[in-house]
Design a protein around this ligand. Structure first.
Ligand code: FAD
Length: 465
């Protein structure tokens, strides 16, 4: 049988790939999508969604312990870890089958199997029953990434886990070491710590959540320590000695190595793109470590090969992958006025307790870029809704260009900030200035009023503190 021909072939059905496929089909392209494992990619199956389901269980558990504060009673509060995991897997499964349904609805051909790229415009798929050959003028590579493993700290699924093991844990850790304090490490630290694990987080840089604004990192650290976590910054796990049911970690801080014992380690030290088997250089693409170097329109340099999502430049987030998917499908369909994705306008959210969310430049970054900044801050304790919710811990920080009033960055820590941040994202997209934000009427009582107050504070007009 000859090769099947398409206008666009997408490789990888994560949030980058499946969204690109849908947008391409909407624009009249004949589209195929190749997936080797699961519709929905890491995001739906092992990332964004199942972690949020688990964190929700932890949040409810935490709130149940606070029942008395709200005039309620709850006795014998406990949890069944297997049931928590079962719920999380169920949520992932529901969404995963939803993606299959969307492919059908949009008449996208789904080919299940491992794709390779033998030559320009050609895709070869190893399926359960043989090999399928496909051709297209345009190929969208959306193969995502996997957990990075450091030599000596490799996961074994028993004592040392990656995020996949942490989402289907063989047991509840008693003494947990989390290596790495990015969003993934901190979310698992928060989940297991809330359920009662004695949790230590080790971060090699000088503060946890290193991509966040320094004030937000410091605030979060204080909250985590108050919840019983141990935070070790400027520290490096040099070695893990695996014994029977225990791991001895050699942790270096300030040139001194100390040994600490744990029963479980979660390694969350970054990701590696799934590009190793694809020989992309042969097609003319350039790689930076495992990531394909692309321009602002996700063009790889290899003719007709676009690369989106976790397989290319960061930030490595699902919504960035999806937005790039829409963008490349529109380019391929020949749409005019396609706008590139601006990394500095992509919000980052961490769903720990308290939550963290940000968009744009940190204060340090804005200053480094030469801006004279105006900074506003507003604490949760000054907001009626936060107090009514029993969530008085948190802050909203906004950063403006003193000269033009442009909103350069917004940074938040506290309850529901992952839902609030989108207000500032829209503001940045519309090139909002301080005046627009100050003139906007925010509904009362809402947490969003703090977004207003933080802006007012930057211009010495704050009302409620
Ligand atoms: C624990 C965890 C929590 C996360 N939480 C969040 C969050 O809250 N918010 C957020 O925005 N991001 C989060 N992320 C990141 C998010 O999951 C990724 O940014 C997102 O999944 C990237 O989408 P993608 O389409 O590029 O790749 P992926 O989702 O990784 O999908 C790639 C797909 O390609 C397939 N594939 C790979 N190679 C081939 C091949 N050769 N042939 C066929 N198929 C192939 C894979 O099987 C996979 O299904 C989290 C990640 C993790 C690990």
């Amino acid at each position: 049988m000859g090769a099947k021909s398409y206008d666009m072939i997408v490789i990888g059905a994560g949030p980058g790939g499946y969204v690109a496929a849908i947008r391409g089909a909407q624009l009249g392209l004949k589209v195929a999508i190749v997936e080797r494992e699961h519709m929905g990619g890491i995001c739906l199956n092992w990332g964004c969604i199942p972690t949020k389901a688990m964190l929700r269980s932890a949040e409810v558990f935490h709130l149940m312990h606070r029942a008395k504060e709200f005039g309620l009673s709850a006795d014998g509060i406990g949890y069944d870890l297997d049931a928590v995991v079962k719920r999380s897997r169920g949520v992932a499964k529901q969404l995963n089958s939803g993606v299959g349904h969307l492919m059908k609805k949009n008449k996208v051909d789904v080919v299940m199997g491992e794709a390779s790229l033998p030559a320009k415009g050609k895709v070869s798929v190893k399926t359960d029953t043989g090999t399928e050959e496909l051709t297209a003028k345009n190929i969208v590579l959306a193969v995502g990434a996997r957990a990075r493993e450091l030599p000596g700290l490799e996961a074994d699924g028993d004592l040392v886990w990656t995020y996949k093991h942490a989402l289907m844990p063989p047991r509840m850790p008693k003494k947990l070491l989390v290596i790495g304090s990015g969003a993934i490490g901190i979310e698992f630290a928060s989940f297991y710590n809330t359920l009662g694990a004695d949790t230590t987080v080790v971060e090699v840089l000088d503060r946890i959540l290193p991509v966040e604004d320094a004030e937000i990192s410091a605030f979060a650290k204080k909250a985590f320590v108050k919840q019983g976590m141990t935070i070790m910054e400027k520290s490096m796990v040099k070695q893990l000695d695996r014994g029977k049911g225990k791991v001895t970690a050699h942790i270096e801080t300030g040139g001194k190595v100390e040994k600490h014992e744990f029963d479980t380690v979660i390694s969350a030290v970054g990701i590696v793109a799934n590009t190793d088997q694809l020989q992309l250089e042969k097609l003319g693409a350039k790689l930076d470590r495992s990531f394909v170097v692309t321009d602002e329109y996700c063009r790889s340099g290899a003719d007709g090969l676009f690369v989106i999502g976790d397989a290319t430049n960061g930030p490595w987030l699902a919504h960035k992958a999806s937005h790039e998917g829409v963008m490349v499908a529109e380019i391929i369909a020949g749409k005019n006025k396609v706008h590139p994705v601006k990394p500095e306008s992509i919000a980052g959210c961490t769903y720990c307790h308290p939550q963290i969310a940000s968009v744009g430049f940190t204060e340090a970054k804005a200053k480094e870029k030469g801006y004279k900044v105006r900074v506003g801050r507003f604490p949760f304790i000054g907001n009626g809704k936060a107090i009514a919710l029993g969530e008085p811990e948190g802050m909203v920080k906004t950063i403006f260009d003193d000269k033009t009033g442009e909103l350069l960055g917004a940074h938040m820590v506290g309850a529901e900030v992952t839902e609030l941040i989108q207000g500032y994202v829209v503001g940045r997209q519309l090139e909002t200035t301080e005046e627009d934000l100050m003139e906007t009427v925010f509904p009362h009582p809402t947490l969003s009023e703090m977004m207003h107050e933080s802006v007012l504070d930057a211009y010495d007009r704050v009302i409620h503190i």
